[in-house]
Design a protein around this ligand. Structure first.
Ligand code: PGA
Length: 252
């Protein structure tokens, strides 16, 4: 059965003390996670070890980084490798977030390399895809997302793909307060699953978790998570408020 995942993407927010408080508030909320349910917390790099420590007694809560570099190691001042993330206990790594694509010019080809390095180091990539507003307006979002999948993921073999989580994040919905409707999310998630089925077969497609991201909040999480092909969420803004994030987790 595929996992239901709610992931917190803190982005470049919070001090260490604020982050500790937030994690403590989440773990102390006493949420009961079902066996197939996973909570993922993606703090900024300097807090990874601390957050790892804080969640150590909560097996359903995992640690993610927000990015890694596309080379193995070496003279890349300021960059962080997949191996480093693995060595501090990260379980997941978010790759291809639209903010990284836009502000740091990450390309599909570079993301393919990051995916390989993450997998080679035992990390599960949370691969983000999604279209900008002009693409949605032109109604070409399916082709746009299909290309992102093809160029960054579809070089993998079926065994490797099993360890990938996909997050569909329409760029026009991120941090804007505009959420995709449940129907828009479901349509795209079903399309992504169909693309995987076409390339890897039905069983592989049914096993992969596809998360929705983009202004998900307590008031819309239930409706989004009720969609047949929505297996959870990648949460930005609302993950910074313990009460909102725990309410979203409980929306399953
Ligand atoms: P948001 O961000 O929930 O603040 O829209 C989601 C994301 O960028 O992962």
């Amino acid at each position: 059965m595929r996992k239901k995942i709610v992931a917190a993407n803190w982005k470049m927010n919070l001090t260490l003390a604020q982050g500790e408080q937030l994690v403590n508030d989440i773990v102390n909320a006493g949420i009961k996670l079902a066996e197939d349910q996973v909570v993922v917390i993606a703090p900024p790099f300097p807090y990874l070890l601390k957050v790892k420590q804080l969640i150590r007694n909560y097996p359903g809560i995992c640690l993610a980084a927000q990015n890694c570099y596309s080379e193995k190691s070496g003279a890349y001042t300021g960059e962080i490798s997949a191996e480093m993330l693995q060595s501090v206990g990260a379980d997941y790594v978010i790759l291809g977030h639209s903010e990284r694509r836009e502000y740091f010019h990450e390309t599909n080809a570079q993301l393919a390399k990051k995916i390989d390095l993450a997998l080679a180091n035992g990390l599960q990539p949370i691969f983000c895809c999604g279209e900008p507003l002009e693409v949605r307006k032109a109604e070409t979002q399916n082709a746009y997302v299909a290309q992102q999948l093809q160029e960054s993921l579809f070089h993998l073999d079926a065994a490797a793909l099993k360890n990938v989580v996909i997050a569909y994040e329409p760029i026009w919905a991120i941090g804007t307060g505009l959420t995709a409707s449940a129907q828009q999310a479901q349509d795209m998630h079903a399309f992504i699953r169909a693309q995987i089925a076409e390339k890897y077969g039905r069983e592989a497609a049914l096993g992969i978790s596809i998360l929705y991201g983009g202004s998900a909040k307590p008031s819309n999480a239930r409706e989004l998570f009720a969609c047949a092909d929505v297996d959870g969420g990648l949460i930005g803004g609302a993950s910074l408020i313990a009460a909102d994030f725990t309410a979203i987790i409980q929306s399953f």
